[in-house]
Design a protein around this ligand. Structure first.
Ligand SMILES: [Zn+2]
Length: 242
């Protein structure tokens, strides 16, 4: 029995057709989505919306002018508040970022950008503290064979993007690792700046953040080991007494 593409109604050959939630789409319609992933969670409507999204953003994305370029891994257009991994890759808005993590051989060694806005400045100087706290806790192996940054997005079609940094064994003491690490640190610091700024804007829009939200934020920091129980108790007391 022949299968027809749920989008264009042309015959969708067994080779190359992709399953979607309510049928199949042909290779052409799949490529038009510009999503290199399993499509089975998307419906015909999702895909039509995706085409519309691509169409609507063609101009803004085409006008992407990088003000920051880090190796061939990460590009940012600060003026239009967009970023992408490389030329020609899909652009995302700063406001799409939920959080980001650096993975080394399967372990998240840096986490940043998570949580709700906190007014009045963060204890221990913000996200950098989490980074230091988490990194400081683990013993480092002398060789790394896999390293990437994962940026989680609040985006209808793309839930996260990965910036692959290391995919082959590298000595931590070697020149190559140090070069990659330099780029990695730069990307992380740009991501921190972006998410901090986004949070700042959220605060400006929403006004104040509730005491409960603030305590929750510090509880997160406590749970991930970035602050001690003592520091948490002190901050909590302080917040409740405000
Ligand atoms: Zn089709």
């Amino acid at each position: 029995m022949a299968t027809y593409c749920a989008i264009c109604n042309k015959k969708a050959g067994i080779l190359g057709r992709k399953q979607i939630r309510d049928g199949y789409i042909c290779t052409d319609c799949f490529y038009k989505c510009k999503l290199d992933m399993d499509m089975s969670c998307f419906s015909v409507n999702d895909i039509k919306d995706r085409y519309r999204y691509i169409e609507e953003n063609r101009e803004p994305f085409k006008n992407f002018i990088p003000t920051i370029k880090i190796a061939r891994l990460f590009e940012v257009d600060e003026n239009s508040k967009l970023f992408r991994t490389r030329k020609g890759a899909e652009c995302f808005k700063f406001s799409d970022i939920v959080n980001f993590e650096l993975y080394e051989d399967g372990d998240a060694v840096i986490k940043g950008g998570m949580g709700k806005a906190v007014t009045g400045g963060l204890l221990l100087g913000g996200v950098g503290a989490i980074v230091g706290g988490v990194t400081g806790k683990r013993k480092q192996k002398s060789v790394v064979s896999n390293m990437y940054i994962r940026i989680s997005l609040n985006h209808r079609w793309v839930k996260n993007i990965r910036i692959n940094l290391i995919q082959t064994q590298l000595k931590r003491s070697g020149f190559l690792y140090k070069e990659v690490k330099k780029s990695c640190d730069n990307i992380i610091s740009v991501l921190e700046t972006i998410t901090n700024k986004q949070r700042g804007e959220e605060v400006a829009v929403t006004g104040t953040v509730s005491v409960a939200d603030e305590i929750l934020k510090f509880k997160e920091l406590l749970d991930m080991g970035a602050i001690t129980q003592d520091e948490f108790d002190k901050k909590k007391k302080q917040l409740l007494e405000q």
